[in-house]
Each structure stands twice: as C-alpha cells, then as structure tokens.
Design a protein around this ligand. Sequence first.
Ligand code: SAH
Length: 400
Amino acid sequence: MESFPTVILKPGEADRIVAGHPWVYHGSILRTTAQAGDGELVQVKDHRQRLLGIGFYNSKSKINVRVLAPERVEIDQGFFEQRIRAALAVRQRHIPNATSFRVVNAEGDFLSGLIVDKYEDVIAIQISSLGMEKRKEKIVAALQNIFSPRAIVERSDIASRKFEGMEEANGVIAGELDGQVTVTLNGLKFQTNILGGHKTGMYLDQQTSYLAVAQFAKNAQVLDCFSFLGGFGLHAARAGASHVHMLDQSADAVAASLRNAETNNVKAIVSAEAVNVFDWLKANTITKPHEKLLPKFDLIVLDPPSFTRNRASVPDALRGYKEIHVRALKLLKPGGTLATFCCSHHVHSPLFQDTILSAAYDTRKVLRRVATYSQSPDHPIIPMIPETEYLKGFAFELVR
Ligand code: SAH
C-alpha cells in the first residue's frame, strides 16, 4: 500500500475520532508530516503517533480531514461497493418494503461527503467533498454493479461545494433520463423531477412518518402545511380523510401535488393552494372584535423547511415556529391532532417542544402528546455524530 502524508492531532483532539466522529477541523491539527494534496488520502495519528484512521484531506475546507476508516484500507471501487452494500443492508432490515429510499446518507453511513438516493430504478448522487469528487468514477462503477440502474443522475447543485473549492454540478451521468420519475412511497405514487426537485428530487426522510400521521386522518378535515408533492396530504386522503387541503408557496409543487392526487385516485377529496403558509394562517385566524374563531380542522400537519442556517439564526427561527403553532392551534378542533415537524439540526427536540408549549400557553390550549417522530431509518442516526440527527416531530391532541 502507498504511504500517505500524516496529519498529527493536538493532545486531546483524538477522542472524538476514536469515538467515531469523522471530522478533523483545522484547529485540531498539530502538524502534517508531508505536503498533503487536496482531495487525497492522509493518515491521522494522535500526538503519540498512534494511528486513528485514514481519510480525505482538503486544506480549503474547514473540515481538513474526513476520516473514512479506522485502519489503513485501499479506497478503491471495492471499498465503495462494500460500504454501499452495508448501507443498503441497513435499509433492507429496517424498511424492507421500500423501493425508493436514501441508500447512503453521508456521515450516517460513514461516507462523509456522499449521498446516494434510489428513486425506483434511477439513482441520484450528491457529492459535497473533494475526496469523493475525485473518486466519482469508482463510486459510479460501484453503483452500477449493485443496482444496474436505468440512469444515474448527479445533483451536486449545492452551495456548500464552494467550501471545498468545487463548482456546482447537475446532470445525467450514466444512462438516459428526461428528469421525470414516478416514485412509490408506501404504495402511493409521486411524480417528481429528479433533475430539478428539492434535494435530489424529493424528500425521502418522512416515509415512515407519512404512515404514522395518516393514522389520525380517518374522517378528518385535514390541513397539510408546506405540502410539497403532497406526502402527508395524500397519505391522509388514502387513510380515509373527509377532505385534505394542502398549502405550499411553490406553484409547481402545488400543481404536482394535485397531479399526484389524481394518479392516486383521491382527487375528489383533495384541494391545494399556492400560498405563503404564514399569510394563509394569518388570514384564516384573524377575527373582528367579539367574533369567535371556529376551528375547522381535525388534523393539521406542519412540516416547514428548516428556518435556521446556523446557530445564530435560532432565535428568529423559534419566532417563526411559534407563530405557525399559535395559528395552527387556533384552527384545530378540540380532540383534533397537530402533527408537527422540525428539520433544523440546531433546534433540538426539547427546544422544539418548548416552543410549541409556549404557543399553546399563549392560546390557552392544553395538549396531550400522543406520538414522537424522527427521520426515516434510511437517514440513520449515529449518536456519536450529532450532525446526523436533524428531523424531529410530535403529534399532540388538543385536550382543550
Ligand atoms: N412535507 C413535504 C416537505 C416539505 S419541504 C414532504 O413531505 O415532502 C418544505 C416545503 O415548504 C417546500 O415545498 C417549500 O416550497 C415550502 N415552503 C417554504 N416556505 C414556505 C412558506 N413560507 N409558505 C408555504 N410554503 C413554503
């Protein structure tokens, strides 16, 4: 095996790596023994020269090394094939019936900088580190061997690539595809544009929660806020809702969600509006003096985008979360259910719940928590890598 330059960590900086966290920040490095090339392999050692692992180096990134393995192994096509098959086995164990899911979720599958999504017979990849970028051919060859997909699409159109010194990239890199793919989640069909939709085409991280929340939908008047392609709304409709109203600010998303309603034969009980949820909730909760607001909904789903970009934006985000909860609670019938989600890593679960309780206090409502939710198992949580946990949710019944 070739010899690699060695990155030696400062005393006290090795523990996190030993425990399984793959990131070595610039500030943790004592010295580097030889010139390490950006995107090339280095070995990482503690200050007593004990080997901690090997990983990809990038001087341009805040994360100088992304550790791949605790021992010296060849990072070839076989390595990627083995890691991807191991990740696939996790999905086959936990969501055995899913045909579309995230196959590799970066740090959650010990492949920092690589995301692989399976949309039926199409594979989408997203690369966010230079080390992975330089081995794209090996990764694609491994994916061909494992999945023999109809097409492989790259969705590396993410701003964070600039922190690694890379341009954005988007396009079909193997096979043929015009972009549109019909994805099946829990037996429902969602048409999406893999070359243009959110993330790598759509959100896969709520696959298990769609079913869990739909349990509350029987005979219900449902409001699905931030509905995108209709994930929650269409699952609720199939589960026997009397009516589902979906809200999303994107006219394209609303049009797609209505097409999806038609494909799944629930169009008759589904409506959708392209609006800003904040505006809609406000317009539907303001009352004239002495006028009493009549709550209309038995089930309200709130699944907003992350309102935070970083830790500093948390206070603003909490104001946003509180506002939608205050207004949603006013629209919820007593005995009804609020299913609410937060996908911001910076807002942890207790803080999210405190924000909801503060909204309940302001509206003089009392809640009973009846379920807690997390990201689907194809977005594995590695507790030693806190960044892998981001999605949390609750269902609350309105006691009064
Ligand atoms: N519930 C969806 C995912 C929602 S993602 C699912 O399960 O797939 C967030 C969605 O919120 C996006 O579709 C985005 O267009 C929409 N959005 C963001 N800000 C919004 C706002 N202020 N009002 C309405 N929709 C908004």
